[in-house]
Design a protein around this ligand. Structure first.
Ligand code: AMP
Ligand code: MG
Length: 503
């Protein structure tokens, strides 16, 4: 399509062809609010492939016209910016009103595949939900979200994406003064478990029903035809979350803040704060400085996801049945599906990581035995499984895997048992190795590399490491010998022990 220009030189086609639906829901679902002006916007990066997928022009987004929008300084006429209302349980305690305190939903676009996606700013200034916060984001956490969300997408794990990052030219006050930034987040939607809790807590059953009907129409249209659409909706969310948590565990991801306001109903990973990937395998790993009791420790994530989903089930009770007992029964029945669904997804994934196909107990026990030995020997999670991809076709390559174990004989005792199972199930070791390389990444966003990239950007204004890390992580399943440094675990002096949400 030819773009026409008016006398001012501005193209008359819209940078974002918005087609908003959430902003047409009743007023009590949000607050209408514009982003706050910033002093000196400077583009850090536009995600060109994602822009194209959304039907947007990356060059235009990177132009002064686009950067003015991405910084919040210019609100396109067809946008209808809102801060969404939601509630949430944070570390177990309920707050009936949280909401977008430093975020704004600019609008929705329909992407190349016909999927509706939110275009959402993080760090765009105060809103009526800000409480004591400044509504801003610091550059470090923005880059962190950019790197990790895009790595998750490259793994093939459902996630919100990052379309752009813009520096504001302003400082934000945290423990020290830090450079500010705005992140543009893209999501299937920003409806959270906490959004349902917002209406349930107010006993606003009409609002609850409108939200559920909207969610079904947008995300789970097939539920509409079920005998009990709200039960079908709950079942579908539970399924997606069970699958998601299994995928997290299988790449060693620790979210860090699995509060109900940080759990989407679409099954996309959201809210990249103190999240991190483990280096050495230890199921009790916690990185977040806020998570003092290990509520959201690596191995506790399925338990906490179940807990969060129980809060969704509770919020939906008034819709599940008019009869309170029946509603309770529906909710309980729905919740019972989480455990088996998660277990199946996780076990199947583990077995595949070993190059096996069959989820039979023998194979699952073999995988568990390896994990136990890895935990006892501080073996690197990513490198151990990646090493198996080579060792599967040639036992000589065991040498590289066994050295990852403090006591290499722990691996030596396990490897022959694995080879027996491989011999029984696998007929083409090369094909098996290739399949294993598609499920065992060579590269993860290792904490020390993420910190290094952030530090160079924040303190030296150098984006080189950030760009390299993004490039490597865009193909996490490819061996990239020239980037070997990025595959290596941290030296003892590089280990990051704690992460901070930085809000
Ligand atoms: P989070 O921990 O990022 O999930 O945020 C929890 C709540 O705190 C949400 O309601 C956020 O909008 C709000 N919040 C976080 N950081 C800020 C900030 N800098 N200014 C205002 N609100 C914030
Ligand atoms: Mg949040």
């Amino acid at each position: 399509m030819q773009k026409s220009s008016d006398v001012s030189g501005m193209s008359q086609t819209n940078v974002f062809p918005f087609d908003n639906s959430y902003a047409r829901l009743p007023e009590r679902f949000y607050a209408r609010v514009h982003p706050t002006h910033v002093a000196a916007p400077r583009l850090i990066r536009v995600n060109a492939p994602l822009a194209r997928q959304l039907g947007l022009d990356p060059e235009r987004l990177a132009s002064p016209e686009g950067v003015a929008i991405l910084s919040g300084n210019d609100v396109p006429t067809n946008a209808d910016p809102i801060a969404m209302a939601y509630a949430g349980h944070q570390f177990g305690g309920f707050t009936p009103q949280l909401g977008d305190g430093r975020a704004i939903l600019l609008g929705e676009v329909v992407d190349r595949d016909g999927a509706r996606r939110d275009i959402h700013f993080k760090g765009s200034g105060p809103t009526p939900f800000s409480r004591n916060g400044d509504g801003r984001a610091a550059l470090g956490p923005v880059l962190r979200e950019y790197i990790i969300s895009e790595a998750m997408a490259a793994f093939g794990i459902p996630t919100t994406r990052t379309l752009a990052a813009v520096a504001t030219g302003e400082k934000v006050q945290r423990e020290t003064m830090l450079p500010g930034a705005v992140l543009t987040r893209v999501a299937a939607s920003h409806i959270r478990v906490g959004t349902f809790q917002f209406f349930a807590a107010r006993q606003d059953i009409e609002g609850l029903r409108i939200l559920a009907d909207y969610s079904i129409a947008r995300h789970y249209p097939e539920s509409k035809d079920a005998s009990n659409p709200y039960r079908a909706f709950l079942d579908a969310v539970i399924t997606r979350q069970a699958d998601l948590i299994a995928e997290w565990l299988l790449v060693g991801f620790i979210h860090g803040v699995m509060n109900t306001d940080n759990m989407t109903i679409t099954g996309e990973t959201i809210d990249y704060g103190p999240c991190a990937f483990m280096d050495a395998y230890d199921p009790q790993t916690v990185y977040s400085s806020n998570d003092r009791r290990g509520r959201y420790a690596y191995a506790n994530q399925p338990v906490m996801a179940h807990w969060d989903l129980a809060r969704l089930a509770e919020a939906l009770l008034p819709l599940l049945s008019e009869d309170e007992n029946d509603a309770m029964k529906e909710a309980q029945d729905a919740m019972e599906a989480f455990g088996p669904r998660f277990e199946a997804a996780y076990k199947m994934g583990l077995v595949r990581k070993l190059g096996l196909r069959d989820m039979q107990p023998k194979n699952v026990a073999l995988a568990q035995d390896l994990l136990d030995r890895m935990a006892q020997n501080a073996a690197d999670f990513t490198l151990t499984f990646r090493g198996l991809c080579t060792a599967v076709a040639d036992a000589h390559d065991d040498a590289a895997v066994r050295t990852l174990f403090k006591d290499p004989t722990a691996y030596d005792a396990w490897a022959p048992l694995w080879r027996q199972r491989i011999a029984a199930e696998v007929f083409d070791p090369q094909a098996c190795a290739a399949a294993m390389r598609q499920t065992n990444p060579a590269f993860i966003p290792r904490n020390h590399l993420v910190e290094e990239a952030i530090s160079a950007a924040v303190h030296d204004g150098n984006l080189g490491s950030f760009e390299s890390l993004l490039a490597v992580l865009s193909q996490p399943y490819q061996d990239q010998p020239e980037f070997e440094r990025y595959a290596a675990p941290p030296r003892p002096d590089q280990v990051v022990h704690q992460t901070f949400c930085g809000t």
